[in-house]
Write a protein that binds this ligand. Structure first.
Ligand SMILES: [Zn+2]
Length: 302
């Protein structure tokens, strides 16, 4: 299916029209959680009655009373669903991501609430087992994080290394790595691409040498000799993602810690991989319904 020219299914006007009330938010969650009719979360019975209180269901089998948010990430939050929906929309919509401070102002909540909310949505975005990349795959590394005084621009000791792979016209995989040596880079590529991948394009960093084999070409552009594109061989797609990452770090996440960097990468990956998906908003809500809760203690543990 060609999704390229499809418009986003959601925009801010639609969001305000459709999801301005708790009821309308609940309705879409019911449709996403139970597409074939309400099921008891405790005993999986389909013998369900609507309770006298609206939004509550009674299980005819085990007697459990529940709402659509029971057992989901939305449940143990005092935040109204309408605010959750705005937050999800903003995180889907903003190419560079949205800072906790911006979220705080937009939703009129405390900084702590906004920060935790962003992290829970981000965590839901990161779940799932990704497919291996195939076809033509670009791989590159970049450095993010602090500058050290007195050290030149090229000093990398204080920075975190991020490696990325992108299938041409397809998805991206981004990870924090400890070093940019041969073993680490080769392992990352093996774990994220199919064995029969047609080609891997990198720059001329020696650690990539030997990544090709009988059914996978390895081609390089010689960045150190100012060669950026040779025919079809380049790493421009992955460098485009680095530029998004760097603008988001500079623009939105001023105090991005290494500890949370992997989560930010997952968020960027989710948005990038759904860049042509008109149902990104709905699909993100669906992920939230099925996501593990992310306890505040675990998030803030050292
Ligand atoms: Zn039941």
């Amino acid at each position: 299916m060609n999704k390229k020219n499809q418009k986003q299914d959601m925009n801010i006007m639609k969001l305000m029209e459709k999801y301005h009330s708790d009821d309308s938010c609940r309705q879409v969650l019911v449709e996403l959680r139970w597409p074939d009719g309400v099921i008891c979360p405790r005993c999986e019975s389909k013998d369900i009655r609507n309770s006298y209180t609206r939004d509550q269901y009674d299980c005819g089998s085990c007697g459990y009373q529940f709402s659509v948010t029971a057992g989901t990430i939305f449940h143990d939050s005092h935040l109204p669903l309408t605010k959750w929906f705005v937050a999800v929309y903003l995180m889907c919509e903003s190419k560079k991501g949205i800072s906790a401070n911006q979220m705080k102002r937009t939703l009129s909540v405390s900084y702590k609430t906004a920060w935790y909310l962003c992290h829970r949505i981000r965590n839901a975005m990161s779940e799932g087992v990704p497919n291996l990349l195939k076809g033509i795959v670009e791989v590159d590394e970049t450095y993010v994080g602090g500058k050290t005084k007195g050290m030149g621009h090229g000093y990398k000791g204080n920075k975190t290394i991020v490696v990325g792979a992108i299938e041409r016209g397809g998805e991206a995989r981004l990870h924090v790595i400890d070093d940019n040596g041969r073993k680490t880079l080769h392992q990352f590529i093996r774990e994220n691409t199919r064995p029969e991948t047609e080609a891997i394009y990198t720059d001329d960093w020696p650690a990539y040498r030997g990544i090709g084999d009988a059914d996978t070409r390895h081609e390089t552009v010689n960045h150190s000799a100012e060669e950026w594109v040779r025919g079809n061989v380049h790493t421009n797609s992955v460098e485009g993602v680095w530029s998004l990452l760097k603008r988001s770090i500079v623009g939105s996440y001023h105090k991005l810690s290494t500890k949370h960097l992997e989560a930010y990468l997952d968020e960027l990956e989710w948005r990038f991989n759904n860049r042509e998906n008109p149902y990104l908003f709905r699909d993100t809500l669906f992920k939230l319904i099925n996501a593990d809760n992310l306890p505040y203690d675990r998030l803030t543990a050292k």
